[in-house]
Design a protein around this ligand. Structure first.
Ligand SMILES: [Zn+2]
Length: 407
């Protein structure tokens, strides 16, 4: 047995190693074109590049600031857990209230910075929604977040009291189940609270079906989302599992881009279906969650106040658990982003091969970056920490490599 003092570092190291191992196991080895080296000024005007940098780099710092604020608030609560949590006669109920309060506190503490992020997005013309519309979005997503936090907090304190030493085992199971359920339900329960979804127009649907047939992919529904009520940015994504599976296209995409460009996006999204990327993401979660929760449990034990006389944690362990989970999840998130970037690169390669229109692909990435005021060449550290997709310039480079015959 490891000594008590080494348990925490050993648990964190194990979580990191397993996460990295899971990245290797699920790593797409075939079907990823190595990007050709390309330079940003060949694809973007100096003023577009300048604007993207002037906008995106401070945004990155502000997003970092929200994470620092959240961690700071959690540390402050851990340092002085509310008495009400400690003295509660019904710890599980108290934890529910505590979880909701912590979620609201984090939301409120980061609100000023989120308002600045939005103000800066307004300045570059990305925002179409009014401040009052934004406020009601913030209230709704805050309420949903608080409700989920209440259920999660009650669940974790109930498990900790029932299984004081092994609670992380069922907790990991709950996290995976939560992942499956949210991916399944999000497109039918959650997303419609924020946007209106309509069936794609017949010509788009025909396009998708033709591409899907060519790719041998069983595509679910194809829907258009009224993204334009909030933003001028364009995008597309896949959502759902099984019977809720669908490809979602922003209305901004269909309005502002040419059919051959839309085709390259659809082909990219079909790649995610073809390779079952959402399902693989859940598989990754299932591998990593037990080790991550074990590490979080060790950290929480160090940070939490003394348990009650029976050795069962009280509700005042909740802030320590929340902080531990946030910290461990942040580290694992950086590792899983490596996998995400490679999966996205494979989807790009698949799109190039399926459509065989590299010029359209490249033009789309260019125009999308300009429309979304994306930095084509973000700082490497930002890509490493938070990049779920390869930098735009690398994606253009893959198109160039394909054009030159790479397969
Ligand atoms: Zn993608």
């Amino acid at each position: 047995m490891l000594g008590e003092r080494l348990r925490l570092p050993a648990a964190v190291l194990a979580a990191v190693l397993v996460a990295e191992l899971a990245v290797l196991v699920l790593w797409p080895r075939d079907g990823v074109i190595e990007p050709a080296p390309v330079s940003a000024p060949s694809y973007f005007s100096a003023s577009d590049l300048q604007q993207a940098r002037d906008f995106r780099r401070p945004q990155l710092l502000l997003v970092t600031l929200t994470l620092v604020i959240e961690t700071g608030v959690l540390i402050a609560i851990v340092a002085r857990p509310p008495r009400r949590l400690r003295d509660a006669r019904r710890p599980v109920l108290a934890a529910a209230a505590g979880g909701a309060s912590i979620a609201v506190a984090l939301d409120v503490a980061t609100l000023p910075v989120r308002a600045v992020l939005r103000e800066r997005a307004i300045d570059v013309g990305l925002v179409t929604q009014s401040w009052s519309g934004w406020a009601s979005d913030v209230a709704l997503s805050g309420a949903i977040g608080a409700a989920i936090a209440a259920v999660g907090a009650a669940g974790v304190i109930a498990l900790m009291r029932r299984f004081p030493r092994r609670w992380w085992v069922p907790a990991a199971g709950v996290i995976v189940a939560y992942g499956v359920i949210t991916i399944y339900l999000a497109p039918i329960v959650l997303d419609p609270r924020f946007n209106t979804f309509t069936d794609a127009p017949p010509e788009i649907r025909a396009e998708v079906l033709a591409l899907a047939e060519k790719a041998g992919v069983d595509v679910g529904e194809v829907q258009v989302m009224d993204a334009s009520r909030r933003t001028t940015a364009a995008n597309a994504y896949v959502a759902g599992l099984g019977s809720t599976k669908r490809v979602v296209l922003y209305d901004t995409l269909l309005e502002d881009f040419e059919p051959d460009e839309v085709r390259s996006v659809i082909a990219h999204e079909l790649a995610h279906e073809r390779y079952h990327d959402l399902r693989n993401g859940l598989l990754y979660l299932a591998i990593v969650a037990p080790f991550g929760m074990f590490a979080a449990a060790q950290l929480a034990r160090r940070l939490a106040p003394e348990p009650d006389d029976d050795g069962r944690p009280r509700a005042d362990a909740l802030p320590a658990v929340a902080l531990s989970v946030v910290l461990v999840a942040a580290v694992i998130g950086v590792i899983s982003n490596q996998l995400s970037r490679q999966v996205e690169a494979r989807a790009d390669t698949f799109a190039l091969t399926l459509t065989d229109e590299p010029a359209s692909f490249i033009r789309f990435k260019q125009r999308l970056a300009v429309q979304n005021v994306s930095d084509p060449e973000p700082p490497a550290v930002a890509t490493f920490l938070w990049g779920t997709h390869p930098p735009v310039l690398d994606r253009i480079g893959a198109g160039v490599a394909y054009e030159r015959g790479a397969r």
